[in-house]
Design a protein around this ligand. Structure first.
Ligand SMILES: C[S@@+](CC[C@H](N)C(=O)[O-])C[C@H]1O[C@@H](n2cnc3c(N)ncnc32)[C@H](O)[C@@H]1O
Length: 235
């Protein structure tokens, strides 16, 4: 693992001044982009495998990259089922340099999360946990809409309920994420320093730690999904 990752630089120095207006607009509207065929295929494959494994409590590893975190989460939680989702076929194909002791309670699928989350909501499949590990920070001020909390799909993610953990090496990303959750759900959430773990959960975490970056996270338990869904305008 290379220790040469540069810290995030940005022309934005605090929570984006348009974040709250944007969140309000997204909460009031319904996001209607058609679901891509490949996402639907990935979703069907994943849900069929999860059901065949007994429909255990479900962990979503959103943007799993090469899938190392999916594997580690499956090892840490043998009583649960972990679905790792990434849009990059190339990253998913690199998954297995870890051929031994691979637990059966996980699966990696290719799909766009923007579709996957909405399909879960449509089919009333509610995960117990979501991990969003080191999403691309899109740190330019003009890139707010590309961050998960600035994307119109964000209310659908929150309407799924469960526990969410988001990690980043850009503090402002986590501060914005936490603030957006609180705005939409009323749940108080804070940004905290990620304690140093001997075993990094993902390759980006390994790389950032090796490069000496401070790492940040927020953890939250969403309210019961029905309450949250009605508040977030789910039909
Ligand atoms: C910076 S990487 C982090 C990978 C991994 N979570 C880690 O910590 O090592 C972000 C990942 O999110 C994936 N991603 C970004 N947007 C996505 C989307 N809309 N749907 C699915 N995956 C997405 C990218 O393909 C990439 O693998």
């Amino acid at each position: 693992m290379h220790a040469n990752s540069r810290p995030v630089t940005s022309n934005q120095f605090s929570i984006h001044d348009q974040l709250h207006g944007l969140i309000e607009r997204h909460a009031k509207s319904r996001y209607l982009r058609p679901i891509a065929d490949h996402s639907r295929r990935g979703f069907d494959t994943a849900i069929t495998a999860w059901q065949a494994a007994g429909s255990r409590p479900l962990i979503i590893d959103a943007g799993c990259g090469v899938g190392l975190s999916t594997l580690k989460l499956a090892q840490r939680h043998p009583d649960r089922y972990v679905i790792g989702i990434d849009q990059s076929a190339d990253r998913l194909a690199r998954k297995l340099h870890w051929e031994t002791d691979v637990p059966s309670n996980h699966l990696l699928v290719r799909a766009d999360l923007v579709d996957f989350w909405r399909l879960m909501l449509e089919q009333a499949i509610y995960p117990s946990h979501h991990y969003l590990l080191y999403p691309n920070p899109w740190p330019k001020k003009s890139q707010l809409l590309r961050r998960w909390h600035g994307h119109p799909v964000f209310p659908a993610l929150l309407a799924l309920g469960g526990q969410i953990e988001c990690r980043s090496n850009w503090k402002i990303y986590i501060e914005e994420f936490a603030s957006a959750v609180t705005q939409l759900t009323g749940v108080p959430v804070s940004c905290e320093n990620l304690p140093s773990e001997a075993d990094a959960l993902s390759p980006f975490e390994q790389k950032y730690r090796a490069s000496g970056h401070a790492l940040w996270r927020c953890q939250l338990q969403l309210p019961a999904r029905i309450a949250s869904a009605s508040r977030l305008g789910e039909s």
